[in-house]
Design a protein around this ligand. Structure first.
Ligand SMILES: NC(=O)c1ccc[n+]([C@@H]2O[C@H](COP(=O)([O-])OP(=O)(O)OC[C@H]3O[C@@H](n4cnc5c(N)ncnc54)[C@H](OP(=O)(O)O)[C@@H]3O)[C@@H](O)[C@H]2O)c1
Length: 290
């Protein structure tokens, strides 16, 4: 690990046997509008990825469905051959339709194809971490994950996947996955204002499993709250910085993957996540999503 990795806000976490910086980067915003097609600024997208690596970030989150197959190819173009310290986490279980929707694709043949496409597009022989994406665009849905998850376990046994995780999952599905095979992370929607998973986060922390919130900054609708703005104004910081710093403080197993298509925002977010919050400010922020 380089010096900057060690000094990124939040330090590091271990996903199975892979050390990653708790401050990671979510690559979804690099594809075109609606996460479809190529970026408007191809060189700008490559610059964001290279800046992430230069800042010492060693965790990049992606999916074959971004673009589709756009984001992964950008990651390869920008960063291959990858530094040994860099770990790319991808997702399978959804594809894209012509309207830009995200229909599920969780039959065994869909998952095998998705894993092979990820390997090809990223230029890897094995994927570091693969999350099985469950539910749909509206959120998690109840139901057994046994069949699709067991397909991923088979691919892991074939040496194509190092570690497994689940995404957009209910607490019951997380428990079901753990009963089938070890998981190293859960990636669900969570942020200062949306806190459905508080209990799950604490439970995973006790088990040493990472919780990776997607939409940490509110996703396509930026986080807005009077209380958040008030704390940010008092600290002379942006609401985004406060939201990221709060997540790092919320639990040691939380890994950040804020998305951006801008080098300036990426730098701003890394600096902002290092903001120090007093107990009083934490208590005030804690009330927002409760
Ligand atoms: N598992 C799943 O189902 C799932 C679903 C959604 C996302 N994800 C993952 O989670 C990652 C994060 O989610 P996300 O990117 O959708 O949402 P996010 O991180 O909550 O927010 C990203 C948005 O915030 C803006 N932004 C970032 N930094 C900013 C700053 N300093 N100032 C102003 N605006 C800023 C970005 O615009 P700019 O580009 O202009 O900076 C972008 O519009 C994704 O990249 C993806 O890897 C997973």
């Amino acid at each position: 690990m380089n010096t900057s990795s060690a000094s990124l806000p939040g330090g590091t976490w271990t996903l199975g046997d892979l050390t990653v910086t708790r401050f990671g980067y979510g690559a979804m915003q690099l594809a075109g509008p609606g996460v479809m097609g190529p970026p408007a600024d191809h060189d700008g997208a490559l610059a964001v990825l290279r800046e992430a690596a230069d800042l010492g970030i060693t965790h990049i989150d992606t999916a074959g469905a971004y673009g589709p197959r756009v984001t992964n190819r950008l990651i390869r173009e920008a960063l291959h051959p990858y530094a040994e310290s860099l770990h790319i986490v991808t997702k399978v279980g959804a594809v894209r339709d012509e309207q830009g929707g995200w229909p599920p694709a969780r039959r065994p043949e869909d998952l095998r194809r998705a894993v092979h496409e990820n390997l090809e597009d990223l230029g890897l022989d094995a994927l570091d971490v693969v999350n099985l994406r469950l539910g749909d665009a509206q959120g998690p849905r109840p139901g057994s994950l046994a069949e699709p998850f067991e397909t991923l376990v088979e691919l892991q046994q074939q040496g194509l996947i190092r570690h497994l995780g689940v995404s957009n999952a209910t607490a019951e599905q997380v428990a079901e996955a753990q009963a089938i095979a070890p998981i190293v992370c859960v990636q669900n929607m969570y942020n200062l204002a949306y806190r459905q998973d508080d209990e799950l986060i604490d439970d995973l922390a006790a088990k040493g499993i990472a919780y990776v919130p997607f939409f940490p900054l509110g996703g396509f609708t930026p986080l807005q709250s009077t209380a958040l703005s008030a704390v940010a104004a008092r600290l002379g910081a942006t609401p985004m910085s406060v939201a990221l710093a709060w997540l790092l403080r919320r639990s040691p197993n939380i890994l950040l993957i804020p998305g951006t298509s801008s080098v300036a925002h990426l730098r701003e977010n890394v600096a902002g996540a290092g903001l120090s919050l007093s107990d009083e400010e934490l208590a005030e922020l804690d009330k927002i999503g409760r």
